[in-house]
Design a protein around this ligand. Structure first.
Ligand code: ATP
Ligand code: MG
Length: 422
């Protein structure tokens, strides 16, 4: 025996038993995105490594240690996308979509990060991603958050909490950054290894630390909100007022900085208490500088990404059952001629009853075995075709989910009869 091939660590199969929930989330999300005027885009799973270095930033966890980077046969350094925003921004530039135009875009698909796999944290995972390009806000910031709130509402997700913060402009953040470095330098002994490394490259990321030993030091650090420029302050108050007007509860967390470099002004995160350590289901923010930084025309923008696995896990935990997709009709056929005829009959029924699921018994078997399969399939009706029925030009119809005997029906009248029974 050869050893069975193992799946790659941190990469999951989504099997039919779960797919109903995934499709349910995707259906609701698509409906909401479209209702808010967002159009779907699909961007490549692979981009030049340079794109992620220049957008996400050299001193972020993602770029420092989580990317699947490889050299292709042509010698180019390529990377499996760890997130979608950079690719969408790149696509907008590559396709000449900017030039003062505005775009509302959404995208869904697999992302790849070489993280330590654990519950809610995988190496291939799926995100729903929503981006508004060319909108300076704060109205769009508020609307985007309302869109995400509606998503949780329609999905009937267990309670999720919204936290928001403003990172100000890069200029005001620079000033804050200096203050922060001063502060952490004066406490360098108390810093853990990660934080010491970040102190040089990306000191704001220290605020994001999940190490409890760092908590007290971080809590006493200078606060970003005291260093906001006036314009960003106005933007933030307007966002808060809009959220209040829409009745969307939020909490301001001045330590919310987000792991990526490209954010400016508004950042937000939706968290849950129901998933343990992996508590963020959705995060996003404004990235006014990113597109220019990538060589495009300066274009204000905002977006968010939500983690599919965590949303599905929340729904599963709440007992949501995936919508079972049972067939409408199970076609039982026994006898050499009847089995041959059944293939043709199934096709005819599929023509006559579009949208109805017709399951044909494959691989033969006696009547009893076929009926067992028909029953297990969850079908509403069984259609029975034997050589004897065939000689008489009929098939027998039998309801499987309710009382009612088997009745013969002329083949030509089958679609009508079936339609009246479903
Ligand atoms: P976390 O703090 O959990 O590492 P993050 O800040 O890295 O999240 P983002 O890059 O903003 O997350 O991604 C947005 C969402 O994608 C997260 O809120 C989460 O739901 C999901 N997500 C991120 N990384 C993973 C992963 N490795 N596995 C599963 N879902 C993930
Ligand atoms: Mg992360």
């Amino acid at each position: 025996m050869t050893n069975p091939i193992q799946p790659v660590r941190g990469m999951n199969d989504v099997l039919p038993a779960e797919i109903g929930l995934w499709q349910h989330v995707e259906r609701i999300a698509r409906g909401i995105f479209e209702a808010y005027g967002y159009a779907e885009v699909r961007v490549p799973l692979i981009e030049h490594t340079e794109l992620f270095k220049r957008s996400i930033g050299e001193f972020t966890d993602i770029v420092e240690k989580e990317m699947y980077t490889f050299e292709d046969l042509g010698g180019d350094s390529l990377t499996l996308r760890p997130e979608a925003t950079a690719g969408i921004a790149r696509a907008a530039i590559s396709n000449g979509m900017l030039r003062g135009q505005r775009h509302k875009l959404w995208c869904s698909g697999a992302m790849f990060r070489h993280e330590r796999p654990q519950k809610g944290r995988y190496r291939q995972f799926y995100q729903l991603d929503v981006e508004a390009l060319g909108f300076p806000g704060p109205d769009v910031d508020a609307e985007l958050i309302a869109l995400s709130a509606r998503l949780w509402r329609e999905l009937k997700l267990a309670p999720v909490r919204l936290t928001i913060n403003s990172l100000g402009t890069p200029a005001s953040r620079q000033l804050y950054r200096e203050r922060l470095v001063e502060y952490f330098r004066s406490h360098e002994d108390a810093l853990d290894e990660d934080s010491r490394r970040r102190l040089g490259g990306n000191p704001l990321r220290i605020l994001d630390s999940k190490n409890p030993a760092m908590r007290a030091l971080i809590d006493a650090a200078p606060s970003l909100s005291d260093h906001l420029d006036e314009e960003s302050q106005r933007h933030f108050s307007a966002l808060r007022a809009a959220l209040e007007a829409m009745g969307i509860a939020y909490e301001v967390n001045p330590r919310l900085v987000r792991g990526l470099d490209y954010y400016s002004r508004t950042v937000f995160e939706w968290v849950t208490d129901a998933l343990g350590a992996q508590d963020a289901i959705c995060s996003g923010g404004r990235y006014d500088g990113l597109i220019a930084q990538l060589g495009g025309e300066p274009t204000p923008a905002i977006g968010f990404a939500a983690g599919m696995e965590r949303i599905v896990a929340l729904l599963q935990q709440a007992g949501a059952a995936p919508g079972a997709s049972a067939p409408d009709i199970y076609l039982v056929a026994s006898g050499e001629r009847a089995e041959r005829e059944a293939l043709r009959l199934a096709e005819k029924l599929r023509d006559a009853l579009p949208g109805r699921a017709v399951l044909l018994n494959l691989g033969g078997g006696n009547f009893k075995a076929q009926f067992r399969r028909a029953d297990r399939s969850g079908a509403q009706l069984a259609l029975i075709l034997g050589d004897e029925e065939l000689d008489r030009g009929v098939a027998a119809v039998k309801p499987l989910r309710r009382e009612g005997g088997q009745i013969d029906c002329p083949l030509a009248l089958l679609p009508e009869r079936i339609a009246s029974l479903l």
